[in-house]
Design a protein around this ligand. Structure first.
Ligand SMILES: [Zn+2]
Length: 506
């Protein structure tokens, strides 16, 4: 924009202009936007002015609902997402099937205190892909304190029909954003003075689970470890294991306040007894069951054979609506697709959008995707993923690949105005980008502010009222610009071996 000359010197204008240009204005006139920045602005504006992110999230949560892997809701979500992709002008929109060993349906789960006879019912939820109780069962609540095989010996022959607590309630519930999910496996109370390595711990957990199954315990219980009576769920299967054959014990999360009560009661010296009646009705759906990843793309131009994958998982747990895990990532991905397709930018590489499934049970859909496309992995520049809820995007985790940090900081200049500035944050595994990382493709998860994610996800409070619309837009803008820049740079992202292990942060 030019400045208007002062009236008093208007007659001098031509001369002033010449002098100004020659002497006063720095040698470089106000820099015009580079072509790259101009394109960034286009997609940022497209999101700002025409976002469908919240409307999509509302439909996904309220009209499709939670999307448990293998469920009919998830199938509907696949079809809906493909329709959205087609509407937005993506090409090669299709579903890619993979197989899960068995489906699973959650039934009602109740627990009633029989002794002491206070009439109290407990708030419980099954781990996914575990068996039910096969009718009503009654059992004594037993605290198992063992951290090695020798200590386990003491319980042999004594646990038939028992309801087993394997660790004390968490002592202090951390505030909101740092509440952690409990371990997937019932963990023995670990002596803090004793350092054991992960392998030993896993081996012991396996031994413990086998022992509990062989003893014929009625169920195991775990503290949900969240405040406000929230329940939680997790669970899954490994590879081709049939979960019904492996997960032979009903495994239940108990709301923290109820778990703490049970633990207190069961800690009383004998002859005090603590007895419960359980009725947990879960159903396995005989497999293999076909599940689908939904795929669509924007074809590249001169480098169309090379690919930037933008990923998020469409499946969710089933206690809430799957709003922030990962409805938000799903609609950010769709909005990114829409903005890039509609704003008329022409990426050089192909940008492929993949909505993965089976993420929650062990990254199964993305593992299947990587396996199916293994010939292509050498031509995939990166997998960029969004999967930590509704918080503002503040960075891209690249600490595990130091070579990428300066490169991203330099390339993604337009992200600064969106508040995205951190490129040296530690790798968080646990989402689909990790499946790409495993075969050497840079897996880049966007780093987000907490915004209640740790509190809400996997609980009955993972509902759409938790979602923050401005952050859905900001996330879509950040993802669009990043995908476009990665698609347009001269080279693919370098993939020299990381000099640091991609070890999970938590
Ligand atoms: Zn997730």
């Amino acid at each position: 924009m030019a400045r208007r000359p002062l009236a008093a010197v208007r007659w001098l204008a031509p001369l002033v202009c010449v002098v100004t240009v020659a002497l006063i204005v720095p040698a470089r006139p106000a820099e015009p936007l580079s072509e790259e920045v101009a394109q960034d602005r286009k997609v940022i504006t497209e999101v700002k002015e025409h976002s469908q992110a919240l409307a999509n999230l509302t439909y996904l949560c309220d009209e499709i609902g939670p999307r448990l892997t293998g469920s009919k809701n998830l199938r509907r979500a696949n079809l809906w997402a493909a329709e959205r992709m087609q509407d937005y002008g993506l090409v090669n929109v299709h579903q890619e099937a993979w197989e899960m060993p068995e489906g699973w349906e959650r039934g009602p789960a109740t627990a009633r205190l029989l002794e002491p006879d206070t009439g109290r019912t407990l708030s419980i939820a099954s781990y996914g892909w575990t068996v039910g109780t096969n009718g009503k069962v009654q059992g004594d609540v037993v605290i198992l304190k063992a951290s090695n095989s020798k200590e386990l010996e003491a319980y042999k022959g004594k646990l038939k029909g028992a309801i087993v607590l394997t660790r004390p309630p968490v002592e202090k519930l951390p505030p909101d954003d740092i509440v952690k999910l409990p371990q997937t496996d019932p963990m023995p109370p670990v002596d803090p003075g004793m350092r054991r390595n992960f392998g030993e711990q896993r081996a012991f957990m396996k031994e413990l689970n086998e022992m509990l199954a062989n003893e014929g315990v009625a169920a195991t219980m775990t503290d949900a470890a969240k405040p406000y009576g929230l329940l939680v769920t997790t669970g899954g299967w490994n590879g081709k294991d049939r979960p019904s054959a492996v997960n032979r014990i009903p495994r239940l999360f108990v709301a923290h306040h109820d778990y703490a009560m049970l633990y207190r009661l069961a800690s009383r010296p004998s002859p005090a007894r603590t007895r419960l009646e359980l009725d947990v009705r879960n159903t396995f759906v005989p497999g293999p069951v076909a599940v689908y990843n939904t795929v669509g793309e924007i074809r590249g131009s001169d480098k169309a054979d090379e690919i930037v994958v933008v990923g998020a998982h469409l499946d969710s747990w089933d206690l809430g609506q799957g709003a922030t895990d990962n409805g938000t990532g799903t609609v950010v991905l769709l909005e990114t697709a829409r903005a890039l397709a509609r704003s008329g930018v022409k990426p050089r590489r192909t940008i492929r959008f993949v909505l993965f499934t089976g993420e929650e049970q062990g990254l199964h859909g993305s593992a299947a995707y990587v396996e199916r496309h293994k010939e292509e992995m050498a031509r995939v520049s990166a997998c960029l993923a969004h999967d930590t809820g509704t918080g503002k995007v503040i960075g891209i985790d690249a600490r595990h690949r130091p070579i990428l940090q300066p490169l991203l900081a330099q390339e993604l200049v337009s992200l600064k105005e969106l508040g995205v500035t951190a490129f040296d944050t530690p790798f968080i595994g646990g989402s689909d980008h990790a499946s790409f990382e495993r075969v050497g493709v840079p897996g880049l998860l966007v780093r987000q502010e907490g915004a209640g994610y740790r509190l809400n996800h996997h609980t009955q409070l993972d509902t759409i009222d938790r979602a923050l619309e401005p952050n859905l837009l900001q996330g879509s803008q950040a993802m669009s610009v990043t995908a476009l820049r990665l698609a347009n740079r001269d080279g693919m992202l370098p993939r020299d071996k990381p000099t640091r292990d991609p070890s999970p942060e938590e």
